[in-house]
Design a protein around this ligand. Sequence first.
Ligand code: OGA
Ligand code: MN
Length: 394
Amino acid sequence: MATYTENDRGHGENNTTDHFRDQFKRYKRRRPPPDLSDVIDFDRANDFESQVEDFKLTEPTGFEKVPEGLIDVRLWKAYQLRSNPGFLFISNPFMQGSQRYWVRRCLRDYPVKPNYTNLDIHLTLTEEDNIWKDDSLESSNPFPKGSLLSHLRWATLGYHYEWNNRVYFEDKVSEFPSDLSHLTRYVAAALGYPCFCPQSGIVNFYNMESTLCGHTDHSEYDKRAPLISYSFGQSAIFLIGGVTKEVCPVALYLRSGDICVMMEEARLAYHAVPRILSAEAHRFTQAFHLPDTRSESAGATKHGALKGKTESRFPSDPVVDSNCDKEGLNNSEVHSNSDKNSEKHDFSSSVKRDDWERYEHYMKSSRINVNVRQVLQHGQTFPKQEVETEPISR
Ligand code: OGA
Ligand code: MN
């Protein structure tokens, strides 16, 4: 995520018109509120036939287990935009209640060491001293005007993105979470990228006033692999434009559970979140309320119920499509085949845990975005830094 400094005249370099900025301001405006009738709504894809077409997914192969909490991939609905080739949208493929698992991971587990967060300049969060245990930090709480949680803006995973320099460093890395890796590999395989390797993640925490300015994500050395982005909680308006800000972006809704993907021509396109909107009650319920077990239908419906009796877990050892091995994946540091904590993240017990209420309370006025990236091409190593020039041997 990079921020873009607005120019008052709405003109970029060379006096070109900055249509991206105009649309950003249009949707950000509070008074009068913007007309949202142009915003593409994939829940009503038929009403946007001139802009939206179906995208055919591939059934992933080579996975020992399908990630838990997803409906059958043959029932997923995916779309592409005629105006922005390479931008794809998968309409919420999660079973009812199963997004609890991901919200819990994002709020309880991901923002602690060894990962980094925006709170790090003030304090170090460990598993014990976390954002939910504010009282333990009371004496040193650097945020008198609110809880630590209310100040959480981002956490990074895997190769930790360095915001100031806009780079990734070879040695600033922690193990990429195996559950998120498994989910994202599966999604990528369904999109036709069976060798996608999740190596870095940014978890963005939005409140109802937050925005994310227009930017491109270009710090990854591999710019061919897709960016895969999950939305949880409150809804957002997302703008997707072109490779310059002169291209007028289109606006679309992102709701809880939706996955958006930027690949091919759209991989380096400008994008932004000018506005957070309240989620519709039925989407919030579908995301976070466990289905009534008395009417449980064992996942037969589109957004099927969570199978209450399932004993299966997130596999601690996701099986990678064997074709990928041939390409010589050189990412052992972040390519987590085992997660020593995986037994703590049992899927079905996680969604049923009675500490859910505090996460639900947070999600009533928040949106979480999980942005997954592949930093290096298969077999690629980090470019040598200038200071590390090899001594010339004679
Ligand atoms: C980002 C990003 C979009 C979103 O973090 O780079 O573009 O949906 N996030 O929040
Ligand atoms: Mn981005």
